[in-house]
Design a protein around this ligand. Structure first.
Ligand SMILES: [Fe+2]
Ligand SMILES: [Fe+2]
Length: 186
């Protein structure tokens, strides 16, 4: 069953496990083996949520505007942490600072997503829709698995919400990926 809310939780569990694995690693090579795929998954996960989940939450949720603005801001903080770490040799104190900033931002974001956005969507979206979106979420992750072709720059939270609201006002039900693509880089 690929309910998107479950797939998001699955990725969150991977994040928790892999950040914990960093605590046990010592050698730079070990750290690299854990960090590089973790950093990529953090980027791809946030981008997949922005492409597939939040546009639909904005159409269905009770508190979707506030939840989405918070989430995009949090995603920016996570992206900032990944970028900070990337500027320093793996295992250096400055790299650990970047990793810690990423971890702290991600932990508080996951809690908000799990306590607010995901419950809001479960309450308001039928399971069949959540499963359809789960397939889209997985496809997005497969299509962008190395994050290289993704725009990982920060997004303006209000501009992101306004762009989706324009689509909604234009009668776009969010079932076409065309509109979603136009959000890249905004
Ligand atoms: Fe998430
Ligand atoms: Fe998120």
């Amino acid at each position: 069953m690929s309910d998107i809310t479950q797939l998001i939780l699955d990725d969150h569990e991977t994040f928790r496990r892999e950040f914990a694995a960093l605590d046990d690693a010592r050698e730079p090579e070990q750290l690299r083996e854990i960090w590089e795929p973790l950093a990529v998954l953090l980027e791809v996960h946030a981008a997949a949520e922005e492409a597939v989940f939040y546009p639909k939450l904005l159409r269905r949720g009770d508190e979707a505007q506030d939840e989405t603005i918070d989430a995009i801001g949090d995603h920016n903080d996570i992206r900032d942490g990944v970028r900070e770490a990337a500027q320093h040799p793996i295992g250096s104190p400055q790299w650990w600072d970047g990793v810690r900033h990423t971890r702290t931002a991600n932990s508080s974001h996951m809690a908000e997503e799990e306590d607010d956005a995901l419950p809001d969507f479960r309450r308001n979206a039928p399971l069949s829709m959540r499963v359809d979106l789960g397939h889209e979420f997985l496809k997005f992750k497969t299509d962008h698995s190395d994050a290289r072709d993704l725009d990982t720059s920060d997004k303006d939270p209000q501009a992101y919400v306004s762009a989706v609201e324009e689509e909604i006002a234009a009668g776009d039900d969010g079932n076409s990926s065309l509109g979603i693509g136009s959000l890249k880089g905004r």
